[in-house]
Design a protein around this ligand. Structure first.
Ligand code: ATP
Ligand code: MG
Length: 147
């Protein structure tokens, strides 16, 4: 049933849990996984050494910095999947994550989106992050939100 699984990641712990859950589902259903990350210029943040993640800074990162960070985030997620014995494709494009996730779903005729309940953002909305909320609102396939 779940043959093509899109996993949305942002470098957060919830997103890592989503990758692990997606691996289990992919193995059970003999499915393939596509890991998607869309770093956003307007977040005014980028990685400063150390572990992969965003650190808020006063200046907005350049496109190249966003791409560099984005590549690290997808590589880290792909490494988790590879370690669990799943082969994965990755998609990293600077831009709106909701639009990018839905585009990858459409282009690949995916059956399932797996994402984290929360990400790296501030706790602006109480229960669900705004990205996962919007993805679920617009998705035309099954969605799994992982804690
Ligand atoms: P908010 O961003 O609304 O302040 P948040 O960061 O806690 O809150 P979300 O951004 O909705 O919550 O993150 C929830 C999940 O959405 C993440 O675990 C990840 O699966 C996905 N996600 C978030 N940002 C991105 C992104 N830039 N690219 C791909 N997926 C993302
Ligand atoms: Mg967020």
């Amino acid at each position: 049933m779940f043959k093509t699984i899109v996993v949305a990641v942002d470098g957060s712990d919830c997103a890592k849990n989503a990758v692990n859950a997606a691996c289990d589902i992919a193995k059970t259903h003999d499915g393939r996984m596509i890991i998607v990350h869309a770093p956003q210029a307007e977040t005014s943040a980028f990685i400063v050494g150390g572990p992969v993640g965003y650190h808020e800074l006063l200046t907005a990162p350049s496109h190249a910095e966003l791409e560099e960070t984005g590549n690290k985030i997808v590589a880290e997620a792909a490494a988790i999947a590879t370690e669990k014995g799943c082969s994965v494709d990755t998609d990293m494009h600077v831009g709106d994550p909701v639009r990018q996730v839905l585009k990858v779903v459409k282009d690949n005729d995916a059956d399932l989106i797996v994402m984290g309940r929360r990400g790296l953002g501030s706790v602006a909305s109480l229960f669900l992050g705004s990205t996962s909320q919007k993805i679920q609102h617009h998705a035309t396939c099954a969605c799994l939100t992982v804690v």
